[in-house]
Write a protein that binds this ligand. Structure first.
Ligand code: BTN
Length: 243
């Protein structure tokens, strides 16, 4: 089970970076959790503010017989977090490709990294950052929200960690992450996304924002048509989409 081996740290640069340095020493499904991170990072190397009170952790996967595509692992946790929030009576959306939004604000971000040796990943590290009891900095209050704010009480981090990992493992990892049935994970993930076909969205590239219409959403890319009716395939690594 995810977290059978758990390393609890008070402060670390980043739990993802810690596992990248030490993954050889730990078994698959090891969890590293820290009370705060000094150099937490997200997708595209963005700084991830990780003050005391949040849920900041990473999970190591070194499976022998499961697909090794980092995106599948992100989706497993996206779905587990979606389900866990539902148990707290919170309706969330999965922001393509890897955030969890409540009321259009980010409550959780998920970043996965593959450690490639030769041609295939030797390990996958999934980093989960969830705003729980931490104070959201003023300059982020219009884009981020915490669980505490939503339910008006402190949440026990250990309990939440267990709930998410338990669901990720039992409802998705051992059940569906097999070569033939990954499609069930993808299907559920597609159903819970914040965007759908026909939506007009803003696409943020590294230094420009463009408006476009979504023509299709596939497991690997979003197909859009821009203002000049040019079709483009957008891949998760490069962009962020906002409605
Ligand atoms: C994103 O939204 O881009 C993903 C953010 C992921 C943040 C988590 S916090 C725990 C782990 N350690 C890190 O440095 N990053 C991830």
């Amino acid at each position: 089970m995810i977290g059978d081996r758990t390393i609890e740290l008070y402060s670390i640069d980043s739990t993802n970076a810690y596992l990248k340095r030490n993954y050889k020493n730990f078994p698959s499904e090891t969890v590293v959790i820290a009370k705060k991170q000094t150099e937490g990072y997200g997708r595209r190397g963005n700084n991830w503010v990780s003050n005391y009170g949040g849920l900041w952790y990473s999970v190591l996967f070194k499976p022998l017989k499961r697909p090794m595509n980092p995106w599948h692992y992100v989706r497993i946790f996206s779905l587990a977090i979606y389900d866990t929030l539902e148990k707290y009576n919170i309706k969330s959306k999965i922001k393509w490709p890897n955030d969890i939004l409540v009321d259009e604000k980010k409550i959780c971000g998920i970043a996965s990294e593959g450690i490639i040796k030769g041609k295939k990943p030797e390990a996958i590290i999934v980093g989960i950052g969830m705003n729980v009891n931490n104070e959201i900095p003023n300059d982020l209050k219009n884009v981020a929200i915490s669980l505490n704010e939503l339910i008006n009480r402190e949440v026990k981090i250990d309990k939440l960690l267990y709930e998410i990992n338990h669901r990720a493992y039992n409802s998705y990892y051992i059940k569906y992450l097999k070569d033939k049935s990954v499609s069930i994970i993808t299907k559920k993930w597609l159903e819970r996304l914040n965007i759908s076909k026909g939506d007009t969205v803003n696409i943020k590239f590294s230094d420009t924002i463009e408006t476009a219409k979504i023509l299709d959403i596939t497991p690997d890319y979003v197909l859009v048509s821009d203002n000049n009716d040019n079709e483009k395939k957008l891949y998760a690594g490069d962009i962020s989409i906002k409605k």
